[in-house]
Write a protein that binds this ligand. Structure first.
Ligand code: SF4
Length: 227
């Protein structure tokens, strides 16, 4: 499978924020978010093809207990099931970070599903085909429900403006997710913009009983690869 990078860091987002974790970042994505923070896996995918046993050996060499398989869109990779089975056999806790548009059976302890809202559609880009494909694919409620029924999950939304809440509420009702399963995270790759959005987003979380997610890796290291 095509791999952009493998590195050891701390999980910066969601329920397991703060947990030391090895990240396997696959390259290739079926979406084209306008604010994608890993364009080297989507708009201009980079990386080399690596065998699953080679990837697993690189992961276990760090000696960590947690692994995060992320992307890009890791569920696109035909070998994703095989890789996660090897990692499970190695005794690792596995998080998969996905946009929730594709279902394939995998070994997974936390399905971190991040459905993409209308704020992600790249309308302003000249390549109109990317915007229309993104808009057609970004919300797949049947896939979301299936993932939620098969794995422990979190629904993590990237929020750009207060108006996004109405769309989140509609999705939540559509897939019948409890408030406890919802995590809201401010969009942004700069500490100042995350803090600015975070202040009003925290109030939304308080009002609705949703969890607020930091972006700890940005706080600590800024917007860099490999952290
Ligand atoms: S789904 Fe993730 S990797 Fe794909 S374009 Fe959106 S932010 Fe980037």
């Amino acid at each position: 499978m095509k791999i952009a990078e493998i590195f050891y860091s701390i999980q910066g987002e969601g329920l397991l924020a703060g947990v030391p974790s090895v990240f396997v970042r696959t390259s290739g994505c079926n979406l084209r978010c306008v604010w994608c923070d890993t364009p080297y896996t989507s708009w201009q995918p980079e990386g080399e093809s690596q065998a699953t046993n080679h990837i697993a050996a690189a992961v276990t060499a760090f000696g960590a207990s947690h692994v995060v398989v992320t992307g890009g869109e890791p569920m696109l990779a035909p070998e994703i099931g095989e890789l996660t089975e090897i990692l499970r056999d190695a005794g690792m806790h596995i998080t998969i970070e996905t946009a929730g548009t594709i279902y394939v059976p995998v070994a997974c302890d936390l399905m971190s599903i991040s459905p993409k809202l209308a704020n992600s559609t790249p309308w302003h880009r000249e390549d109109g085909r990317s915007a229309s494909q993104h808009e057609r694919l970004r919300y797949q409620p049947d896939v979301l429900r299936h993932l939620m029924s098969q794995y422990p999950y979190q629904l993590k939304f990237v929020v750009a403006q207060p108006e996004d809440l109405a769309e989140i509420e509609a999705i939540r009702a559509d897939v019948m997710a409890p408030a406890a399963g919802i995590i809201l995270m401010p969009e942004g790759t700069r500490q100042d913009e995350i803090q600015k959005r975070g202040l009003w987003l925290a109030e939304i979380c308080k009002r609705n009983g949703y969890r607020y997610s930091p972006r700890l890796h940005i706080d600590l290291w800024g917007d860099k690869r490999g952290v």
